[in-house]
Design a protein. Sequence first.
Length: 212
Amino acid sequence: MANTDLFINIIENMAKAVIENKEYLTDLDRAIGDGDHGINMSKGFQAVLSKLDDMRDKDLGTILKNVAMTLISTVGGASGPLYGTAFLRAATAVDGKMDIDKTDILNIFEKAIEGVQTRGKAQVGEKTILDSLVPAYEALKKSYEKEEGNLEAFRAAEEAALKGVEYTKTIVAKKGRASYLGERSIGHQDPGATSTYIMIKSIKNILEENHK
Ligand code: ADP
Ligand code: MG
């Protein structure tokens, strides 16, 4: 893909999707956490929206770094630093670039995963953001290896992320507030894995719109 206009479009749509799902994410967090995930995330992405105009015409690394700094300074809770670090690391994958290819996209995801892991010390299977982010990345990679285009790749990533979200219902939370519940966290869907899924789905939606 992508020119910076499309990239800005993606960030804008991602922010709107998170904001639209404020209540949903908060309800999920109320069941196994403290009921603020949607509030935290929508506050952060409202701030991102308000800074979007300043980000236009910047290189992709700068855009992602701006998103990261905005999230770090506005999102409370565990998810602020986690998503902030993810975007900050992702920025290093496209430093100075105005266009990106499939390798860059995979690098963005690899760095984002690295960021979440460095910050939160979690592994897949511990009922966190990683349970949708990692399968989404793996699906992207597999799709690109089959020479599929971005839309197909992100459709596969969305599907994998959703499966990851479903999977979080079956496992015990090992990190964050939900871990205090131990076995009682089983049966509940992880809010952070869900917000990641919503973000990935929003990317696919923009690619779909652009495809028409
Ligand atoms: P808090 O738990 O501080 O209230 P949020 O409610 O905003 O923060 O975010 C909770 C989400 O953060 C969880 O659903 C989980 O997905 C994610 N999370 C918590 N701890 C970790 C961690 N160590 N690594 C990855 N994700 C985590
Ligand atoms: Mg919370």
